[in-house]
Write a protein that binds this ligand. Sequence first.
Ligand code: FAD
Length: 623
Amino acid sequence: MAHHYHQHFDVIVIGGGHAGTEAALAAARMGCQTMLLTHNIETLGQMSCNPAIGGIGKGHLVKEIDALGGAMAKAADQGGIQFRTLNSSKGPAVRATRAQADRQLYKAAIRHSLETQANLSLFQQGCDDLIVEQDRVVGVVTQMGLKFAAKTVVLTVGTFLGGRIHIGLDNYQGGRAGDPPANRLAERLRELPLRVDRLKTGTPPRIDSKSIDFSVMQEQPGDQPTPLFSFMGQASDHPQQISCYITHTNEKTHDVIRAGLDRSPMYSGVIEGVGPRYCPSIEDKVVRFAERHSHQIFVEPEGLDTFEVYPNGISTSLPFDVQEQLVRSIKGFENAHITRPGYAIEYDYFDPRDLQQSLETKYIQGLFFAGQINGTTGYEEAGAQGLIAGLNAALQVQGKDSWSPRRDQAYMGVLIDDLSTLGTQEPYRMFTSRAEYRLLLREDNADMRLTEKGRELGLVDDQRWAAFSEKMEAIAQEQQRLRSTWVHKDHAQVDAINGLLKNPISREASLEELLRRPEVSYRALVDTLGDGLAPSAAAEQVEIQVKYAGYIERQQDEIEKQRRHENTHLPIPFDYSKISGLSNEVVAKLNQHQPETVGKAARISGITPAAISMLLVHLKKQG
Ligand code: FAD
């Protein structure tokens, strides 16, 4: 007979991956009694693929998670063993932090955050079923038949639903290597009125570093000083730092791959799910870019206390004998010993157009989805969705309106709006090019965009709030000083200042005006005057805001124009054939997407400005 657990929870999160841990932490921070139900407590925060956090677009998400009090950035600081700022020579909008992580240290940091979080309980069991009553989720059932009651449920089960692992033409069931799939739950979810399909992703073989000749590879040390992920981080959080290495595939590698394609599950049609276009397998790269003679491989350590390395760039599901040959054809890998075969995994994902911006499903109340289950790929994309789903589950329990950042506020907003408006046919990953307001959504100002809202929601603790307030105060003071400090022709240091300028000072100028000149940096200006520098985070902000003021203002004007559409809500469900004048194609698309706002409707491909005008006229008539 089914046994009911004694405690009723506000929020139950299923799955302890990157989405699940952020979701559970967020709900608990907001004061909800939360339970994280996961297959295995030992795999909390496990990185299924490469041990690295951040990168272009993804680093932005990590900083936003941090700005809302999440765990990923802090864990990356505590687990990171090689840090780099990518695009450091480019503008601030596209600069991104990336950390190679020690898998074990990262996992330990995540587990520590979970175990020390008030209002949060962990429970190890597979979830086999959801309890749904009159289109509302009210609890979950575990593998051993245990029932837990919950007001809301956040599902974050990653690649596990109906997971099937492929190595060559062999395949077997699995959630990822070494873990069981979630088949029973997959079957039950397929009975819900939600659209489901298959995707695939892959991972490279791992190699024993004792069998690698690093002397023939290019060494890539991390940046100095080591960048930090968390706004609360300190350099002393970082463990020992070590180098990554670079090698390349060659013609011989490509010949081996081509010869093995007839036994590739991808190319023989065994795998039906679509793979990640931006993180393709090596066989995909060799076929799609046949003209290239070589592809770069980053040889990345898996940790400080292990000899395994991750060869980033040769993800593959070719048969194992082909994997061995291809690895050994690469410079430095001639005698390589593979410790774990590469593989691909196919899994169920749900069409994210069936989600609201809060990540609650449109048709089952109280049920939220986050992470790979929504068709994304990547830890950062998962963590970002987890946090938003967790906070909205909590808001619903508290009887409050949902909240999700807008496209002009955060990459998180771009991510969720893209998914819920446009859906995805391939694993979705974040890029800076997906954001139309890139100059506003920088890594460096994620806290200024989100921390205040996070505080209001109950996600940001006193310590973070105090540090943030102090930084804002320092920025305001320094801006004021630059605006009100004037330099004129008779100024004591005028010669030194003119030395910084292309055209010398001809009339009185404020320091802010001088800083606007492209050739002048904040540091050079303040050093020349002999003034003390503002604290580094404040100095960075002051400089960026002055230098890019014109562009930033233009983007803000554009946002104001769009806001009216973003704030105009559409009813759900709604039959668009009732609006006269809309073409059949537009009616079909709007009926299928059921957009929440006019802004979202306008972003659906094929929805014309004329159709939007008709929608607005209809809404006006309805009053
Ligand atoms: P996961 O991290 O998969 O976590 C899911 C969690 O849910 C696990 O803890 C699992 O045990 C638990 N769970 C599942 N079902 C149940 C259940 N029924 N009951 C209880 N608990 C359950 N990302 C990239 O960016 N680039 C890549 O190249 C890349 N390659 C990948 C290759 C492979 C083989 C795999 C498996 C993943 C790859 N990823 C890659 C994806 C990355 O790992 C995921 O995007 C990310 O981990 C998703 O996070 P998540 O929280 O949604 O799910």
